[in-house]
Design a protein around this ligand. Structure first.
Ligand SMILES: C[S@@+](CC[C@H](N)C(=O)[O-])C[C@H]1O[C@@H](n2cnc3c(N)ncnc32)[C@H](O)[C@@H]1O
Length: 266
């Protein structure tokens, strides 16, 4: 176990490696300072849950944990609620946790439209875990790569679930797709991205032996303007660079769609 200078808790080698991988890819302060808007912000309109959920291994794993009678669900980093709402009608109550207020409003709208009993908890997981309480099943999709302190995040997911947990993540850090454009626009050569193997090492270090399913999400048509908005924001570039970014994004080719479902019973 090693002691990180910024943390009171001692952490294991996998969690330390995870933190090093993420910290090495932090956006340099001078680039972030010049960014027209927060590069890590998510746009809620990109996360609106589909009316008919995709039939994915993550949905299967959560439905299996819920069983035919269903139960309560806690969705951590819920965004607009896609992970939890994919389990309707087996969800008797859905709690959504997110640190972005605009995402929670989108979550509430989506639950109301579907007539799903819900509650939202504003704040960062695991800090707000006591307020969020427990549920039969805890789901957390596409949140791990935003999380520097992954071990307490995972341990708190487990502690909040009476039946089990389902985590869904990209096989490789989703931001790695833009690495060639960091070199092109900022001359910044980014270090290797974290991957699901690094997540699994942390999960094992927390003492969890999960089931792991690897799969590829079907290609979806993407709106080119939305893709360029996203890339401008992530790359900390102003609107005036739109045409250049659009041309560079078009040359990049499709995003990586390889995903991993990590689930366990509690
Ligand atoms: C990429 S989005 C995924 C949203 C949703 N789970 C989905 O799959 O559509 C990540 C979401 O997690 C939230 N988030 C990231 N880290 C968080 C944390 N530690 N606690 C609470 N919310 C977090 C972000 O605000 C964002 O809404």
């Amino acid at each position: 176990m090693s002691e990180h200078p910024n943390s009171l808790a001692s952490i294991g080698p996998a969690a330390a490696r995870w933190r090093d991988l993420l910290e090495a890819r932090a956006i340099p302060a001078e680039i972030r300072a010049a960014a027209p808007e927060d590069p890590s912000r998510h746009d809620p309109s990109r996360f609106v849950p589909p009316v008919v959920p995709d039939d994915t291994p993550s949905r299967h794993a959560a439905l299996q944990l819920l069983g035919p009678a269903g139960g309560t669900v806690l969705d951590v980093g819920c965004g607009a609620g896609a992970a939890g709402l994919a389990l309707v009608p087996r969800v008797s109550h859905l709690t959504g946790v997110d640190h972005a207020e605009d995402m929670l409003r989108a979550f509430e709208r989506a639950c109301t439209e579907r007539g799903v009993a819900h509650r939202s908890v504003h704040g960062a997981w695991p800090d707000v875990a006591p307020e969020a309480g427990t549920a039969d099943v805890v789901v957390s999709h596409h949140v791990g790569y935003n999380t520097l302190e992954l071990a307490p995040f995972v341990a708190a997911l487990s502690a909040a679930a009476s039946r089990g947990v389902v985590v869904e993540l990209h096989a490789v850090h989703p931001g790695a797709w833009l690495d060639p454009l960091w070199a092109h626009f900022h001359g910044l050569h980014r270090p290797p991205p974290a991957s699901a193997e690094d997540v699994l090492a942390v999960v094992a270090e927390v003492g969890i032996a999960p089931e792991v399913r690897r799969w590829t999400r079907p290609a979806r048509p993407r709106h080119p303007d939305a893709e360029v908005d996203f890339s401008l924001r992530r790359l900390c570039l102003p609107e005036q660079r739109r045409d250049e970014v659009a041309a560079a994004v078009a040359r990049l080719g499709p995003r990586n769609r390889d995903l991993v479902t990590i689930s366990w019973s509690t």
